[in-house]
Design a protein around this ligand. Structure first.
Ligand code: FEO
Ligand code: CA
Ligand code: CA
Ligand code: CA
Length: 609
């Protein structure tokens, strides 16, 4: 609370150095166990893992590739599958479901015989495409804390893979629109699978949100050959191009020349119930269509649900959703529809630290037929175009947007934007060719810890600028901990914030994606958000070379921290035959493998306290 404002003691761990090698790094008072790696079985019947003979049906029984978002969902020991109403009230920190995104596949790191990135995405076989499609998506796996640390429970009825083969519903204002209809689904309401699953979020009613980010790369074809100019522009906006990976050769719906509407069925947020292994995930059109990093919730009894998210592309926008109905903590079935009906807004960050949320509503302002919008479905399918017309502020690649429940402020990770010209800088994106990224703090009106996230106006400020505080180039020069000069060590700075989490005390934990460009590993940096050490980071975790840090997720008691290490040994054209290293197994028979670590303090106390 307020009285325990953050002092140096709140983050008492031994800071680790900036390094770059084949290992992961933690403060000496901490240890990590490798909880789940690509290919690890999720059912007892799956045999040992051999990437050389892996089939799609085998992969569907195993942990997928490139782990990203992690959601820990507690299990109530007295309830079973399908009883999410009971589980979601639990704060069990010793047994739960780990819900993990698998963002994308990299065959040159997964399989022998791919010598470079280009050949890895062209000319592969139908069976190979099927394996990759099964390695994408999401995993639900029960985990429990044992004498040997956290372990997966292979006999669990909850264990499940979601892949590009999983049937899903499309719900909300755009469901059924003609632009979502395909030859295989004339209703425009049913789609197979999800892809580009980057970050995500959790709801207090026991569901998980999965973001569809870089989905354009899954589609091949030339948008210039699409007759409808709206659709042609739309496909260009998501990077669909003739030389993308060739899934469309084998799975025809990924060729836009064959199925020009299929890309419109991706780029949404997906909500599903991990407590019910038979539940059908649903794509939420109410949250708009773009390159979703994730959406995170602010849930206050008796008030609308507010959700914040980012569109991770250069010059794209920060979004907010406000539900039409209110959140009722005791009405489980009522809450399950709160993300279907509501209003989506895009952020305008004005000079002087004020800002406004601009509603994406058909018929209001420029969102009319004259500008090519037929209805609300068009506004949501082409949310980027709608937000730009409304005058929202184009940002430096918005990644996670998440609220600190202690001070009730919302933080926006802006990872970088090398495309921002010097005549395009503004108060909220102050650096041309932004190579190091920055973090903004959104302060809704109201008191510390009790703010009104439904207000259409807000205050904002620059929380930190990424980069070396001593960099000669002002566009790469970091700024941290302004209240206490010298508060950070030479290892305290970082670049390219991506994912963020808050511990139970309200400390911010930032995961990075890009620090190797500055000579050291990606990892985690922790810092207070208030008090004299506000925005003064300390370096907590370092990835093995080639990897980015994803996930970070605490158990409710703050005593375990899960981290997803994504694409270890990536870079330099590394292959199965000639990798930088083979983390975490260091077994010559196995490739490097993305893996989730469970981090604990050796004395069992709260992480970072
Ligand atoms: Fe998949 Fe925005 O990182
Ligand atoms: Ca990533
Ligand atoms: Ca990310
Ligand atoms: Ca990223």
């Amino acid at each position: 609370g307020k009285s325990a404002r953050h002092t140096r003691e709140n983050l008492s761990f031994s800071e680790i150095p900036h390094t770059l090698d084949a290992r992961h790094h933690l403060p000496k008072e901490y240890s990590a166990n490798v909880l789940l790696r690509w290919g690890d079985p999720l059912v007892a019947s799956a045999g040992s893992f051999n990437p050389a003979t892996l089939t799609a049906s085998e992969q569907e029984k195993r942990f997928g590739y490139n782990n990203d978002f992690i959601g820990y969902m507690p299990l109530d020991d007295k309830a079973g599958p399908g009883e999410g109403e009971h589980h979601c009230r639990s704060r069990n920190s010793a047994r739960g479901l780990l819900c993990v995104n698998h963002e994308y596949t990299q065959p040159h790191l997964m399989f022998s015989g791919y010598n470079d990135k280009y050949s890895a995405t062209r000319g592969v076989s139908a069976e190979h495409v099927a394996v990759e499609q099964a390695a994408c998506g999401h995993t639900v796996v029960e985990i429990e804390q044992t004498a040997d640390g956290w372990q997966p429970v292979l006999s669990s009825p909850y264990n499940r893979r979601i892949s590009l083969n999983t049937p899903m519903h499309i719900v909300g204002p755009a469901a059924g629109d003609r632009r979502l209809q395909t030859a295989a689904d004339s209703s425009g309401t049913r789609v197979f699978g999800t892809v580009g699953n980057c970050a995500g979020g959790k709801t207090p009613w026991g569901t998980v949100l999965i973001a569809e980010e870089g989905f354009g790369g899954a589609f091949q074809g030339d948008p210039d050959n699409i007759a409808d100019p709206v659709e042609s522009l739309n496909h260009h906006a998501f990077g669909i191009a003739p030389d993308n990976r060739n899934w469309g050769d084998h799975d025809r719906r990924f060729d836009i020349g064959v199925e020009p509407h299929e890309p419109n069925r991706f780029g949404w947020m997906v909500e599903y119930d991990p407590y019910d292994p038979d539940s059908t995930p649903r794509k939420l059109t109410s949250l708009g269509r773009f390159e979703h990093e994730g959406f995170t919730l602010v849930s206050k009894p008796g008030q609308p649900i507010v959700a914040y998210g980012g569109d991770d592309d250069e010059h794209q926008f920060v979004y907010r959703y406000v539900s039409s109905d209110i959140y009722k903590p005791d009405d489980f079935s009522h809450n399950r529809d709160l993300l279907i009906d509501g209003t989506l807004y895009a952020a305008r960050f004005d000079e002087g630290g004020s800002g406004r949320w601009l509603p994406l509503l058909f018929g209001q302002g420029p969102l009319t037929r004259e500008n090519g919008f037929r209805n609300q479905a068009d506004v949501l399918i082409d949310a980027r175009r709608a937000a730009a017309l409304l005058g929202a502020t184009p940002m430096d690649r918005p990644e996670d947007v998440e609220t600190n429940s202690v001070n009730d402020c919302t933080y926006v990770m802006l990872t970088k934007n090398k495309k921002r010209d010097s005549d395009e800088i503004d108060a909220a994106n102050p650096r041309a060719r932004n190579a190091t990224g920055h973090v903004l703090e959104i302060v809704p009106p109201g008191q510390y810890g009790r703010r009104d996230h439904t207000s259409d106006t807000f205050k904002w400020n620059t929380f930190l600028l990424g980069g070396n505080p001593n960099a000669e180039n002002p566009n790469e020069r970091g700024a941290y901990g302004q209240q206490l000069p010298g508060a950070i060590s030479a290892n305290g700075w970082f670049a390219n914030p991506d994912n963020v989490a808050f511990d139970p005390r309200g400390n911010m934990w930032i995961a990075t994606d890009g620090c190797e460009g500055f000579g050291f590993h990606d990892g985690l940096w922790a810092m207070a958000t208030d008090g004299e050490l506000r925005a003064a980071p300390k370096h907590f975790f370092g990835c093995p070379q080639g990897a980015e840090a994803c996930g970070p997720e605490f158990t409710p008691d703050g005593k375990t921290l899960f981290v997803a290490v994504q694409h270890p040994a990536d870079g330099g054209g590394s292959t199965f035959d000639r990798p930088l290293h083979r983390w975490p197994d260091n077994d010559p028979a196995l490739p490097p493998r993305p893996a989730v670590l469970a981090i604990r303090r050796r004395n069992g106390n709260e992480i970072g306290s």
